[in-house]
Design a protein around this ligand. Structure first.
Ligand code: LER
Ligand code: MN
Length: 284
């Protein structure tokens, strides 16, 4: 089981990112803790030097399983479902701009861990004056355009809890959307924090998603590090690995009590489970 943790390339507002800013020293620290990868949160690929990112992560022996795009929503208001067509077009262009970066970062990854582009809050919310049906139609169109432009790069849409968006809260809704988009490179990012709020049985959702699980986020029930709440990560990871998932399990939790402690506790808890749960197995 390969473990990564979310790292922002720039100082960011989103609260559940453990490490923000000071990129190279954070990469070094994460590698030193024993992580296998860093998931990069990048607002705008035009603001980063892809060669330099690849140099830093490769120097520290890390892979980049996925790129998070939500800062473009949080800090610029871009979304696939904004009533303004110019905003929708800018959101699509932003995802297209991530494609060469994802392809390049993917060269540091093994076959099963090539870098996915995450669509979290960039999908948007149902804005006043827009029907849910209209927003869904814009969302499907945007994902079809992005998947067609992404080629071998995979797009991972994340079901997100109802307090953050009104579009695609459950894994079932996510799977329906995957069907509607109808692209081989379209799948889901499952997040234990969101599934704990929205899905009846987390392990059933994981089994239902099967080989459409393109990426996986872990946080405990309280969005602290795994082990700080009441989720059963032994059972969850067992269900995940039993689907044949060979990707990363990526920590996305609040930097509490502080970023370093959360990251250390998380890897300690998950590695301890890996040592005791048959399907999870030792570090690969
Ligand atoms: C992002 O991966 C996420 O889980 C969301 O909560 C973003 O708001
Ligand atoms: Mn997440």
């Amino acid at each position: 089981m390969k473990l990564s943790i979310v790292l922002s390339t720039h100082t960011a507002q989103f609260q559940a990112v453990a490490f923000k800013g000071d990129f190279e020293s954070n990469v070094a620290k994460i590698a030193g803790m024993g992580y296998d990868g860093v998931e990069l949160a990048i607002r705008d690929p035009g603001l980063v030097d892809a060669g330099e990112l690849l140099r830093v992560v490769s120097n520290h022996g890390l892979e980049v399983p996925a790129i998070g795009t939500g800062q473009a929503w949080g800090e610029e208001g871009l979304s696939f479902t904004d009533p303004d067509p110019a905003v929708r077009a800018a959101a699509i262009d932003r995802v297209k701009a991530h494609v060469p970066l994802a392809a390049r970062l993917g060269t540091a990854c093994g076959e099963h861990n090539r870098t996915a582009i995450i669509i979290g809050l960039l999908r948007g919310i149902v804005k006043p004056g827009v029907t849910h049906g209209q927003a869904m139609a814009w969302l499907v169109d945007a994902l079809q355009v992005c998947c067609a432009a992404a080629g071998a790069v995979r797009i991972a849409l994340e079901p997100i809890n109802r307090y953050e968006t009104t579009l695609i809260n459950t894994v079932d809704q996510g799977l329906e959307l995957v069907e509607q988009v109808g692209a081989d490179n379209m799948g889901l990012l499952l997040d234990t924090f969101h599934m704990n709020i929205e899905d009846a049985v987390i392990e059933d959702s994981i089994r239902a998603c099967g080989d459409r699980i393109f990426h996986f986020h872990v946080a405990d029930s309280n969005r602290w590090y795994p082990g700080a709440g009441h989720l059963d990560f032994g059972s969850i990871l067992d269900a995940l690995l039993t689907t044949g998932y060979q990707g990363f399990v990526s920590g996305e939790f609040m930097p509490l009590p502080d970023a370093d402690t959360g990251a250390e506790k998380s890897i300690g808890h998950l590695r301890q489970i890996a040592g005791t749960t048959a399907a999870v197995g030792p570090k690969s």
